[in-house]
Every structure is written in structure tokens, then in C-alpha cells.
Design a protein around this ligand. Structure first.
Ligand code: ZN
Length: 202
């Protein structure tokens, strides 16, 4: 089932996700719906907060992205990033590598906005998969960026928080307008305006 994606201004996007203690049928159904919703929106990731659940849960799929390379090691072994998708991360904890790079990002909760964001080039992730097994992932490049973006959502952090202050200042009136529209319930998703960025790729 495709779920509505919450837009900036909805307070759930600012909520820190609760740890998931047990992966039950409700969580499995939620994950299936999140993957379907992410694919329908041409996104590369979706966090539980974006569909109204403040949980430590995110799904990712970077397999449609051709021009921004990714690397992946699963439990210490080199893996093909595309064939490991979709990736389900339950209770992810991440460690950032020291090197950073700037890249453009967007977000399904901000359909008209993109910005340059500095992120670590690679990350080490410990999480559970949908079977409840602990997995260890080393991701680089675009996948590392997408994981950091989603991990931020799980802690109520949004990509605008990481924009340089001048870029954020330039967007401030637009952001205020978005918040007001969401609070009045008038916000819609203009599909044709979705940019080619982190969560939106096509
Ligand atoms: Zn996002």
C-alpha cells in the first residue's frame, strides 16, 4: 500500500524514532508499505518518520541511480550495491569516516528544495535486518550519503539543518510558506517538480 509522505511542517518529522524491540507482523507490513511508497515516489530512501511513524526504521534503494557511484561491504565482504537493494535498516547505528564531500541532496518531504550538503564519504553501519539479524555494512559514495540522510531523519534531523547558513537563509521564506501550508492541510506533492537528488532520482 502506498502511504502519504509527510511534508516539512509536520511535527513527526522532528521526532526522534523509538527503538524497535521486536520485529512483528506490524513492522513487516510497515516495511513492505515503505518500500512500495519509496519506489512509487522514485525515492532512494524513506524513513519511518516520513510516513508518520517515529521509529528507528528506514528503507533504501539506490539501484536506479546510474551517475553517482556507491560501494558496499556486507559483513566485511565486498557486495554489489545494486543487488543488495532494497536495504532495510532497523535500529541503525552509524559511524562516519573522517573524510567529507559536498553533494546535492533533496528530500521527499521537501518536494521543491535541493541543497549542497557536506557528508562523510563513507560510513560503517550496524543494524538489524527484517529477520532480526545484526548486519554490518560499510557504504561509500552515494549510498553512504543516502544512509546518512535517512539516519538523520530517524533522529528528527532534516537536510536543511545541514545546509550552509547562507543557503538556508535564501530558502527561509519558502520554508516558512511550506510549514504554513502543511499546517493548514493544503500541501500537495507536485510530482513533476521532483528534483534529481538524494531521495528522488527519476
Ligand atoms: Zn529526506
Amino acid at each position: 500500500m502506498i502511504l502519504p509522505i509527510l511534508q516539512y511542517g509536520n511535527p513527526i518529522l522532528r521526532a526522534k524514532g523509538k527503538r524497535i524491540d521486536e520485529i512483528d507482523d506490524r513492522i513487516r507490513e510497515l516495511v513492505a508499505n515503505m518500500i512500495e511508497t519509496m519506489h512509487a515516489a522514485h525515492g532512494v530512501g524513506l524513513a519511518a518518520q516520513q510516513i508518520g511513524e517515529a521509529l528507528q526504521l528506514t528503507v533504501l534503494d539506490i539501484s536506479a541511480v546510474e551517475d553517482r557511484p556507491s560501494t558496499l561491504k556486507l559483513d566485511g565482504k565486498d557486495a554489489d550495491p545494486k543487488s543488495a537493494m532494497p536495504l532495510v535498516l532497523v535500529n541503525p547505528e552509524i559511524e562516519l569516516d573522517g573524510e567529507t564531500e559536498i553533494g546535492i541532496e533533496g528530500c521527499l518531504s521537501f518536494p521543491e528544495i535541493t541543497g549542497d550538503i557536506e557528508r562523510a564519504h563513507s560510513v560503517m553501519v550496524r543494524a538489524q535486518n527484517l529477520e532480526g539479524e545484526t548486519i554490518q555494512i560499510e557504504a561509500g559514495g552515494f549510498l553512504a550519503r543516502a544512509i546518512q540522510h535517512e539516519h538523520d531523519h530517524l533522529n528528527g534531523i532534516l537536510f536543511i539543518d545541514r545546509m550552509r547558513s547562507a543557503a538556508k537563509a535564501a530558502l527561509s521564506s519558502r520554508l516558512r510558506r511550506m510549514q504554513k501550508e502543511v499546517r493548514r492541510g493544503r500541501r500537495i506533492l507536485p510530482e513533476e517538480e521532483r528534483p534529481f537528488v538524494t531521495e528522488t532520482t527519476l
